[in-house]
Design a protein around this ligand. Structure first.
Ligand code: GLY
Length: 470
């Protein structure tokens, strides 16, 4: 099977590695040269993956059986539509379907039209003059969210990125003034809780969930510093999380299912990956955002658990409309991913730093290297750019053990970089469980939320994962 992967980051490296392990021949179309992808690909076309004509040309020239779109920008630019028009099946929705990510307003209004109760209270704002009145309307802690794509970096949260309503209003006004063509912003009521990611393969024959992952979006330890695309992530052996029960996972999956149905009923069929970014709040899962593609780093976690399966056939099924449910199998292991990035990332990255990666020593530890946005600089050497550089992914039977493996692997990388050592540590996981407990005031009415807060690595039988491979 010949498969075209679009995009040149660590997520795409993980996708290509899983395809390669399944025996597929991988062609890549990306604007950068990713050394990890380059080593796997039979063809590496350096083209802008958001240019539909250029991508179709590569797909035709390489006679691929289908294409997988990694990042969101090509989907928003209509690359999926152009490939389908040229009879190349695609893992990725049409431009219309990708609006579920490319327009936060479209997404919220879709859910509202179909009575899908998963959104916080929200108000769209497109005009500077409306900001103060809309902030007053929200009347409580809020989040400022650009409607369009910002690579995860445009959102500002009260209590974290700004304190008073006036400061939030001021950021909203600045954003609207600086981006007059960007489609405005949403003001959303702030939801308290822990974030989690549920991704699913979506096609005509159904929706097939992947293991749940928790991403660490803030640049610095203990969830401080600016928002990033994600500094790392973990997943638990039972495919749930230390604070997330099977029933909460099922509620989140139902939100994905209803949303896909809502799109379909509006004439927008969806074949691709649907990423639900949720906040587990005291009233259950609240949808923070949908993405129309695999998460980065979340894909690196879950695809590590798929390495022995037939990923090429599974994605062909997604692209062509019929998935064999037996192919949706993930091993029962915990994973941890940590990104090594340039010092000062994301606001003031010191780019060009030389990094030496001792891959054989790292692989020896059972940890994989997934290259992101780096420039090759010689054998085992790369230079960091201003985006996320190198992801290390480890697996084990417990999350903190997977995290410890990645920490051991970091010792085999030399150079100046920044990394979050707290990701997947025992202390961090305990803190997240405690934070969830703290949402429930002692003595208050019992919560309807059946928290799973004990023995995170040894789930009760009722928490059986949906897709298992012993
Ligand atoms: N990790 C967040 C994202 O992929 O959007």
């Amino acid at each position: 099977m010949r498969v075209l992967v679009l995009g040149g980051g660590a997520r795409e490296h993980a996708i290509a590695a899983a395809l390669h392990t399944a025996g597929a021949q991988v062609a890549v179309a990306a604007s950068n040269i990713n050394p990890g992808l380059k080593a796997l690909a039979f063809e590496y076309a350096t083209v802008d993956p958001t240019q539909p004509g250029a991508v179709v040309e590569v797909a035709r020239a390489q006679r691929v059986d289908y294409a997988v779109v990694g990042p969101e920008a090509p989907l928003a630019a209509g690359v999926g539509d152009a490939l389908r028009a040229s009879e190349v099946p695609v893992v990725g929705p049409s431009k219309a379907g990708a609006q579920i990510e490319s327009s936060k307003r479209f997404c919220r209004e879709l859910l509202a039209r179909h009575g899908i109760e998963a959104s916080p209270r929200f108000v769209p704002v497109s005009n500077l003059d409306e900001v103060d009145a809309r902030v007053a309307e929200i009347n409580g802690p809020f989040v400022v969210k650009p409607v369009g794509l910002t690579a995860g970096k445009g959102v500002r949260v009260q209590g974290v990125d700004f304190q008073s309503a006036e400061e939030g209003a001021s950021y909203a006004k600045q954003y609207l003034a600086a981006h007059p063509e960007a489609g405005g912003i949403l003001l959303e009521e702030k939801a308290e809780g822990e974030e989690f990611t549920l991704m699913a393969f979506v096609t005509d024959s159904g929706i097939f969930p992947m293991p749940i992952v928790q991403d660490y979006k803030r640049a610095a330890e203990h969830d401080t510093g600016p928002n990033t695309g994600g500094m790392g992530a973990y997943s638990q052996r039972d495919h749930l999380l230390p604070f997330l029960s099977a029933s909460m996972r099922d509620r989140a999956l139902e939100i994905l299912r209803k949303s896909v149905e809502a799109l379909r009923s509006e004439g927008i069929p969806y074949r691709g990956i649907l990423y639900g970014g949720f906040m587990l709040s005291a009233r259950g899962p609240v949808l923070m955002e949908f993405n129309a593609r695999f998460g980065d780093p979340e894909a690196i976690n879950v695809l590590t658990l798929y390495e022995e399966g037939n990923f090429a056939e599974l994605l062909l099924g997604v692209a062509t409309g019929r998935v064999d449910p037996n192919l949706v199998q993930f091993r029962l292991r915990a994973t941890a991913v940590k990104y090594l990035v340039a010092p000062g990332y994301p606001d003031h990255p010191v780019v060009g730093g030389l990094i030496t990666v001792d891959e054989p020593a790292i692989e020896e530890l059972g940890v994989h290297v997934r290259y992101g946005s780096v420039d090759a600089a010689g054998p085992s050497q790369v230079r960091l750019t201003g985006s996320r550089g190198i992801a290390l992914v480890g697996e084990a039977s417990a999350v903190h053990e997977a995290g410890a493996r990645v920490e051991a692997a970091i010792a085999h990388v030399t150079g100046e970089f920044q990394v979050r050592h707290d990701i997947a540590s025992k202390a961090d996981l305990a803190m997240r469980v405690e934070r969830m407990r703290g949402l429930f005031v002692p003595g208050a009415k019992p919560s309807p939320l059946p928290l799973s807060v004990s023995a995170p690595e040894a789930p009760p039988a009722s928490h059986a994962p949906m897709n298992r491979r012993a």
